[in-house]
Design a protein around this ligand. Sequence first.
Ligand code: PMV
Length: 317
Amino acid sequence: MASVRATAHPNIALVKYWGKKSAAGNIPAVPSLSITLDSLTATTELTEATSDQFVLNGEEQSGAAKDEKLTRFLSYLRERHDVPPLTISSTNNFPTAAGLASSAAGFAALVTAVDQLCALNLSTKALSELARAGSASAARSILGGFVGLTGPKFVAESIATREHWPLQVVVAITNTGKKSVSSTEGMTRSAVTSPYYSNWLDTANADYDRARAAIQSKNFTELAEVSEHSCLKMHAVMQTTQPPLMYWNPASLACIQKIQNLRAQGVDVFFTIDAGPQIKAVCTQNSVDSVATILAQMPGVLSIEKIGLGGPAQAKG
Ligand code: PMV
């Protein structure tokens, strides 16, 4: 039976997405801006089958473990394209569902593989739109380098190539467990209960424009300030949601403070954190080695990885 493989990388938002305008097709309520990572990779292999089957990191998923997001996505896909029953085998070379954007990389790899298997010949925009229906952040993993996701269409747009500004990221892993509240559930709760949600929506466009300009002019301090601000506003919304979404652990907070001190001493580094306790420290090539050494010694940091900026999702034939 026909079989294809595709790979995609996670991306990390510098200007964060949190909140949906519409659940159908996952239309975000705010613009976001990300960097695609290298070396962390999701690989998805598709084989035509007699019924759908999902294998994650070598383990068949069934019953409660079956991914609801994936089942919903396959229905969405088949309403639009002629896609046969599939065995979907997905492998991540990094922790799954722990705030490392595994679903972004996974859905970007999946739509790229479906496009190849079914000879759909979709444009990059159409692939990004389809990936967004799986997970909004997946729309951004279709492209490499610096990527924007803005309305009204919310399909990924390249802001700059990775060669334009080869930033580096030190990922500090502080917990490898799965997150307790999914981002979709968390966003729904925040929109209804956080007193800061409307301010979050009102200020997102300005953050996006500021970050985009900082990338174009390679102004590290400016990008650092707006990225940390966007991250902290998102976590303020999360933490003031009822019941609260507290994704940090003590090591996350210790790393935030260490990174702020380092920048005050002139080191090129800023932090960002998603729906999990891992710290992503964005650096320049000058600072990456010293930041990696310092974060590796922080209490509660289990491991670190130094990662460059990555390229787009790719079918492997
Ligand atoms: O696309 P989702 O549902 O995995 O949501 C991602 C949300 C954050 O990672 C917290 C922020 C972002 O913009 O990636």
